[in-house]
Design a protein around this ligand. Structure first.
Ligand SMILES: [Cu+2]
Length: 171
């Protein structure tokens, strides 16, 4: 009988980092049930190169980013389900593409303010010149037309340092 609960107990331990401090602990805890923790919190493929000294923006590498070039419009879901994340997190578009940030059913910009900028070493670096500036703090959907080529990071003002961040490469 005791063997039935033991594996579950181990799983819970694995999902809760002992060093958890606020939002970071929430991210890791919540990303488990969501089913897509890999791309967000370092368990996936694109977070590893970030520690290797490669110049990435919010963990995004243009070589592996989702290729949405040629699309007229792209939608980025945020805080979908229980995951404090953006999907896609890293993507490429053509200049002139409309990018819409769309909240999940239980989320909004008040809970997840959208900031243009980067997370470097868990520090938030807002960029006032970002096409995503100023910070979006209300509503559930916001559309930006990205007309200029470049790399533009974005993050959630609350959960950005713990993984809710991403970048778009405009070509
Ligand atoms: Cu958030």
């Amino acid at each position: 009988m005791s063997k039935t609960w033991l594996p579950g107990f181990i799983f819970v331990l694995a999902g809760c980092p002992s060093s958890g401090n606020g939002p970071d602990a929430r991210l890791h805890f919540d990303s488990g049930p969501d089913g897509t923790p890999g791309a967000i919190d370092g368990g996936g493929t694109d977070a590893a190169p970030a520690d290797a000294g490669v110049a990435l923006t919010n963990g995004c590498d243009p070589a592996t980013a989702v290729d949405d070039t040629g699309m007229a419009a792209v939608t980025v879901m945020f805080a979908g389900g229980l995951g404090f994340n953006y999907s896609p997190k890293c993507f490429k578009i053509s200049a002139g593409t409309m990018v819409t940030f769309q909240a999940g059913t239980m989320a909004n910009f008040n809970q997840h303010p959208l900031v243009g900028g980067t997370i470097v070493g868990a520090m938030k670096n807002p960029d006032p010149a970002s096409p995503f500036a100023p910070t979006t703090t209300m509503g559930t959907s916001k559309t930006f037309t990205l007309g200029t080529a470049g790399t533009f990071g974005f993050y959630c003002d609350v959960h950005g340092p713990s993984g809710m961040n991403g970048a778009v490469f405009v070509q």
